[in-house]
Design a protein around this ligand. Structure first.
Ligand SMILES: C[S@@+](CC[C@H](N)C(=O)[O-])C[C@H]1O[C@@H](n2cnc3c(N)ncnc32)[C@H](O)[C@@H]1O
Length: 330
């Protein structure tokens, strides 16, 4: 089955990595992968819906019906049986509003006349996209729950501070950790619990800890608020292995210097202790997805784990955050 992920465009590489991490986490075998800045297309063998539902930095996930010149798209549209079903066709891409309307009308007009147009809540939702110099006709399998994630933004949670990652980035970090839906995941710098919430929503067994008791209590309260389960405890990152044996994966956003508290410890020392703990807690092949503020911090990580990928985001002039995935190889 060919599937197209309509990438959100919020970052040049992270949305693609988010999809590939989610699919790998759920063991989806990929026969072929191709991409443009807007679309990632994979040929996958029967991907479970839960693998597609994990995706965070895409807008729609579509089954690909045809890719090609306009005439090929119209022919493909005409071949879809729609007996008694409602449908809609929406174009999305670098089209003017008039072009969009025209393209949608042409595809709609080519479709099985037994179908009935419903722009509000149709049974079949077709997507018409630009793909390089050609077009892609797809059928939406799901719309990524971006408004739900927006609603879980820190300012709207019962316990919040400005340090929290946006839920969509927290979810992407969980995907980079390759933790399967039934795996155990740890956030040892849990802060306000943003990563714990997203991991718990995906069904994982969640462990969340922090040096500060108020953060741990806050994380426990937000998990409860959303009806989610998780084990929370107070611990310095260097002591986490006393509370836990192994976990399948780690997803975390450590303090990044001045703004976040390290209780006076130089950040490099903290990262050294943290990565040693990650190495002790992960099995061979296990991933740690970590947001890091500097090349130096990444280098410290690489002394203990193998860096698989890194996606840098500029937050403001003096702060960049790099979403890294490390794997334990020995
Ligand atoms: C950037 S914040 C985490 C933000 C979090 N992702 C969220 O959504 O709120 C870093 C957290 O690390 C904690 N911290 C600082 N030093 C620590 C240490 N040595 N061990 C464990 N946690 C520590 C801080 O208390 C703070 O809550």
């Amino acid at each position: 089955m060919r599937i197209a992920f309509e990438l959100s465009g919020e970052h040049p590489t992270l949305p693609r990595a988010d999809v590939l991490g989610a699919l790998e986490a759920e063991g989806v075998a990929l026969r072929k992968v191709s991409f443009t800045p807007e679309l990632l297309i994979v040929d996958a063998l029967r991907p479970p819906r839960r693998a597609l539902e994990r995706v965070s930095l895409s807008r729609f996930v579509d089954r690909v019906l045809a890719i090609g010149a306009w005439s090929a798209i119209l022919r493909a549209a005409a071949r879809i049986p729609l007996a008694g079903e409602t449908f809609r066709v929406r174009a999305h891409g670098p089209f003017s509003p008039a072009e969009k309307r025209d393209l949608e009308r042409q595809v709609g007009g080519a479709m099985d006349p037994r179908g009935r147009v419903d722009l509000g809540d149709p049974i079949r939702d077709f997507r018409l996209l630009r793909h390089g110099g050609a077009f892609l006709l797809g059928e939406a399998l799901l719309e990524v729950e971006r408004s739900d994630m927006e609603a879980r933004k820190v300012a709207r949670r019962p316990f919040s501070m400005p340090i929290s990652l946006h839920p969509k980035l927290a979810r992407a970090l969980v995907n980079l950790s390759r933790c399967p839906h039934d795996g155990a995941i740890l956030d040892p710098f849990c802060g306000t619990g943003g990563i714990a919430i997203e991991a718990a929503r995906l069904g994982m067994t969640v462990f969340a800890s922090d040096l500060q008791e108020k953060m741990v209590k806050g994380t426990a309260s937000v998990l409860k608020h959303y009806g989610l389960k998780g084990t929370t405890f107070v611990a310095d990152v260097g002591e986490v292995h006393r509370h836990l044996r192994k976990v399948k994966a780690i997803a975390t956003d450590p303090p990044y210097g001045r703004a976040a508290s390290t209780r006076g410890e130089p950040p490099e020392d903290l990262y050294r202790r943290a990565f040693s703990a990650f190495k002790a807690l992960l099995p061979i092949g296990g991933y740690a997805a970590v947001v890091l503020p500097s090349e130096e911090a990444i280098r410290i990580g690489e002394e203990r784990l193998r860096l698989e990928e890194a996606h840098t985001m500029r937050v403001h002039q003096s702060l960049t955050r790099t979403f890294c995935a490390f794997v334990k190889v020995r």
